[in-house]
Design a protein around this ligand. Structure first.
Ligand code: URA
Ligand code: URA
Length: 192
């Protein structure tokens, strides 16, 4: 089945978007998936957190950020009084890339209409892009995390903060302090 972009922009609920994702064959990642991982959370979230793509645990369960990186994300969100159930969590791609490699440009491009629609439906106050892949595809720029973090970007009219990916934090604890600083910026933007 070929999904027309139109069908996605016409989807009137997050459940409808998830249903379209479930049937999606727009890119090769559909071939290896166990479950699609559309994203989940509060449909009226004020904070929307965007990662890269599902890993093994997410592919197994159909839920975003449920592995080790997800545990760390829960802690980070807890630290700014935004518990997981209060936010919406999604990814650039909705199917697991093989060996957890970075999504290829054609895969991200094929999948982005879903995320754009999800953002339009949730209408968050603040976006948090976690890691270089989320930043690259939401902002359309390719720069190092070090350059992108610690400032306020825009996705349309929505303020967007870039920080390290939780999986990167697990490998490099030196990035925890800057991540805490970044999510505090997001927290402040929520309070404006
Ligand atoms: N890493 C991501 O980018 N997304 C997930 O859902 C899990 C791990
Ligand atoms: N580089 C990335 O792409 N992501 C991180 O989170 C850290 C470094």
């Amino acid at each position: 089945m070929t999904l027309l972009g139109d069908e996605i922009t016409r989807a009137e609920s997050l459940a409808e978007v998830a249903e379209l994702i479930r049937g999606c064959e727009r890119c090769r990642l559909c071939q290896g998936r166990t479950h699609t991982v559309p994203g989940e959370g509060n449909p009226r979230a004020r904070l929307m957190c965007i990662g890269e793509g599902p890993g093994a645990n997410e592919d197994e369960t159909g839920r975003p950020f449920v592995g080790a990186a997800g545990k760390l994300l829960d802690q980070i969100l807890g630290a700014i009084d935004c518990p997981r159930e209060s936010v919406f969590i999604a990814n650039i791609v909705k199917c697991r890339p093989p060996q957890n490699r970075k999504p290829l440009p054609d895969e991200a491009t094929a999948c982005l209409s879903f995320l754009h629609r999800q953002i339009a439906l949730v209408q968050p106050t603040v976006l948090l892009a976690m890691g270089g892949t989320a930043a690259e595809w939401l902002l359309g720029v390719k720069q190092s995390l070090g350059h992108l973090r610690n400032q306020v970007h825009r996705y349309g009219s929505i303020p967007l903060v870039v920080t390290y990916h939780p999986a990167a934090l697990l490998r490099n604890p030196n990035w925890k302090k800057p991540t805490w600083d970044d999510v505090r910026i997001a927290r402040q933007l929520l309070e404006l």
